[in-house]
Design a protein around this ligand. Structure first.
Ligand code: AHR
Length: 491
């Protein structure tokens, strides 16, 4: 069998929501402090304490949303500790993530300032595990009410006269685990109660997200879907889902078996979403409740010499492949999948950016987010791919994965991954429903599977111009290097 692809540019498969390219930043390790927030008095260039280099880098990939403050931290977080004069803010112990002292200097104002600097949609996760309904009610009022009220007045006293716009609101995080060890039946009732007080103020309708399942806990989805309706009305707009590619080995010191295992594990995402979707389809055939996959990514051992609870890991070409393969899966579920958030944006797990004091490096995962931003809000196009397998020690995964979309300018983008670290190949494409005249592109690859960027060599992996595509009428031939991610623009 050879590698062939038919692209049907005249058959559309729905919109690829830009929010599936979303992000997550938790008070964990060096994600917020150091990574995002260095304080106004830092020598590192900043605006009101927020690193300028980070903001510039994230804006460059059109970051569509940012989830905060956790994660497990969210269900220990009391938002009122993080407002007002910094010197008066109480400290707390971040028991979940290393027992370090949290000074609460990065709170609601700082987070929403960050989102405004990034021009991104905030997604706040409220505290159900150890918080109260009143706390959550007041937080929403503090942020979104444009009138006279105790919370709106308090916000003004703290320097913000206008309300902020807040669309996405999570009602708890991992309430089956770190968020309270609840049974789904109990959480469903708690969800009903808490969400009642997450009010829509003015022209700020809130998209409410219920805590969803851990990986293949399909019963959780079933119970939530069955028990969170009032009459015909769903009380949630989104149901979250968490799935990590767990591989507790080194992020950079690995062999081909590890490469294969991680890519194979990452493909489980397709089965997972398919099965949760099937349950949701039964209770919500009109597709009103979206899947919010608000934590995903690779999870390796922390880098040697770092605090294991800070979850700081390097990021290699392998992670770039995981990101690209996962996005292709996400595209195929665009009907139900409303949002996804990679864990986490900076210095934690499968990060976009790593920092060391004033230095910053962009990871291979960042480059995939950058190359794939052409798919944001684009129309997915039908394609049919016949691929050889990449076989290692008797097990196989597809060698190629591909996805295509058309953006609002009418340009078509085709992204392709070659998972095989040893074999380059030619993909022969038949372009239907389009009269293409030019093809340009970018490629991300490296000489070794473990290649990664370091503070000494920050550009080992960087997207390069791709010259391996040849167009001849409706025939497009693409020479794909081994272990590569490619995005082509076809016009
Ligand atoms: O992203 C790290 C942690 O993973 C989050 O805090 C938690 O929600 C999940 O278990």
């Amino acid at each position: 069998m050879s590698n062939t692809l038919i692209l049907n540019a005249d058959i559309e498969r729905g919109t690829i929501n830009r929010h599936i390219y979303g992000h997550f930043a938790e008070h964990l390790g060096r994600c917020i402090y150091d990574g995002i927030y260095v304080g106004e008095n830092s020598d590192i260039p900043n605006v009101r304490g927020i690193r300028t280099d980070i903001v510039d880098a994230l804006k460059a990939i059109n970051i569509p949303n940012l989830r905060w403050p956790g994660g497990c931290f969210a269900d220990e977080y009391h938002w009122m500790d993080g407002i007002g004069k910094k010197e008066n803010r109480p400290t707390m112990i971040n028991t979940h993530w290393g027992g370090v002292t949290e000074n609460n200097h990065f709170g609601t104002h700082e987070f929403l300032d960050l989102c405004e600097q990034l021009e991104t949609e905030p997604y706040i996760c409220g505290n159900v595990g150890s918080g109260t309904v009143q706390e959550m009610q007041q937080w929403v009022e503090y942020i979104a009410l444009d009138g006279i009220s105790p919370m709106a007045d308090l916000r003004r006293q703290n320097g913000r006269s206008e309300p902020w716009h807040i669309k996405y609101w999570g009602v708890g995080n991992e309430n089956w685990g770190c968020g309270g060890n609840m049974r789904p039946e109990y959480y469903a009732d708690e969800y009903r109660r808490y969400q009642t007080y997450v009010r829509n103020f003015g022209d700020n309708p809130i998209y409410k997200v219920a805590c969803g399942a851990n990986r293949e806990d399909y019963r959780w989805t079933e119970v939530l879907m069955a028990n969170t309706k009032r009459g015909d009305r769903h009380l949630m707009h989104g149901l979250s889902l968490h799935c990590y590619t767990n591989y507790r080995e080194s992020a950079t010191n690995f062999n081909e078996t590890d490469w294969f295992n991680v890519l194979q594990k990452s493909l489980f995402m397709d089965e997972l979403i398919t099965k949760h979707r099937a349950i949701m389809d039964q209770y919500d055939p009109e597709n009103r409740v979206g899947i919010i996959l608000d934590e995903w990514g690779t999870w390796y051992n922390a880098e040697p010499g770092t605090n294991p609870r800070f979850l700081y890991q390097q990021n290699s070409l392998r992670d770039a492949l995981v990101a690209a393969l996962t996005f292709h899966i996400f595209h195929n579920h665009n009907k139900r999948l409303h949002m996804a958030n990679i864990a986490q944006t900076i210095n934690v797990l499968q990060a976009m950016i790593l920092t060391e004091n004033e230095k910053m490096i962009l990871t291979p995962t960042y480059h995939v987010f950058d190359m794939f931003k052409v798919h944001h809000d684009a129309t997915q196009l039908s394609l049919s791919l016949q691929t050889e397998n990449y076989t290692h020690q008797g097990a196989s995964i597809p060698q190629l994965s591909a996805s295509a979309s058309r953006n609002s300018d009418g340009h078509i983008h085709l992204s392709i991954c070659n998972t095989d670290p040893n074999t380059s190949t030619t993909l022969t494409c038949d372009l239907r429903g389009i009269h293409a005249t030019s093809v340009t592109g970018q490629v991300l690859t490296a000489d070794t599977i473990t290649a990664h960027n370091t503070f000494d060599n920050p550009n080992t992996l960087y997207p390069a111009n791709f010259n391996g595509a040849t167009l001849n009428g409706t025939a497009l031939s693409i020479d794909l290097p081994a272990k590569s991610v490619i995005v082509l623009k076809i016009t």
